[in-house]
Design a protein around this ligand. Structure first.
Ligand code: HEC
Ligand code: HEC
Length: 224
């Protein structure tokens, strides 16, 4: 049996760790002890050459508002890990993310995914969009289009686009510009996913714009 002082030190260390992690993340999504390593990679990158994620995605996962970089805050950890692996094996191609993902060790992928899944981030106010465009997006997102064999997005991405963990990401509150860019990626085969194939191939760029406008105006799920 361990002496009592060893036990006391162990408890002190673990409560300090919990306090440190707690300052950066919020309760809600499951936290693990990989989160501090995740925060380190996000802030400083890795010695193997992965660029600090915060430079583009922000320390809080909200990115810079341009829509060039996706919001990662409170996205499901399994989904985020899968995307990083997809960048490494070519299922998903991107000139910026492919080398960054390849520079991450397997445990670092898990750690950054966990960090962003549980980070505390404020709400981004949606930009003003044309009500007609949003309405068109809402109709397509919630009812689909049988004539074009397009299923309602909300059937997989959840009511109001809040996501269906662990496989399907949230779209609610994501940047519309990023949503459009990913539909284009699926359409051109730079990103491969069987469930998104018909959706991307049977819709037009005008439809992508309407869908992006609808989903970006909905409240993003948070860790709280
Ligand atoms: C120089 C800018 C830049 C840096 C640094 C960067 N990213 Fe990215 N990230 C991007 C861009 C651009 C995309 C969109 C790629 C695409 O269109 O497929 C992206 C996409 C992602 C995605 C996919 C999100 C989704 O919703 O599918 C994940 C996950 C991700 N990045 C994680 C990271 C992590 C973790 C790091 C740090 C180790 C990092 N990124 C560093 C620019 C960056
Ligand atoms: C049959 C289920 C299904 C339907 C229907 C569906 N999706 Fe998806 N969608 C997925 C899955 C699964 C993924 C994750 C793909 C991956 O792992 O790369 C995804 C990913 C996406 C992404 C990438 C998000 C990100 O963070 O990078 C976008 C954008 C998207 N879907 C938009 C739509 C839109 C818009 C519709 C409706 C027109 C739609 N989806 C309908 C299952 C579906």
């Amino acid at each position: 049996m361990k002496p009592i002082w060893a036990l006391a030190i162990a408890i002190m260390v673990s409560t300090t760790l919990v306090a440190v992690v707690g300052a950066q993340t919020q309760a809600g999504a499951q936290k693990t002890d990989t989160t501090p390593r995740g925060a380190e990679v996000v802030a400083h990158g890795t010695s193997a050459g992965a660029v600090a994620c915060a430079r583009c995605h922000g320390f809080d996962g909200l990115a810079d508002g341009s829509g060039a970089f996706p919001i990662l805050a409170n996205q499901n950890a399994d989904y985020l890990s899968k995307q990083l692996r997809d960048f490494t094996d070519g299922t998903r191609l991107n000139a910026i993310m492919t080398p960054i993902a390849k520079a991450l060790k397997d445990e670092e992928i898990g750690a950054v995914a966990q960090y962003y899944a549980t980070v505390h981030a404020t709400t981004v106010p949606p930009p003003a969009r044309s009500p007609d465009l949003v309405k068109r997006g809402e109709t397509l997102a919630t009812t689909g289009d049988t004539g074009r064999q397009v299923l309602p997005c909300t059937g997989c991405h959840g009511q109001k686009g809040v996501g269906e963990p662990p496989v399907t990401p949230y779209l609610a509150g994501q940047y519309g510009h990023y949503i459009v860019s990913q539909m284009v990626m699926f359409n051109r085969g730079y990103r491969k996913n069987a469930l998104m194939y018909t959706e991307a191939h049977h819709l037009t760029e005008g439809d992508y714009e309407a869908l992006g406008a609808y989903f970006e105006g909905l409240p993003r799920p948070s860790a709280e």
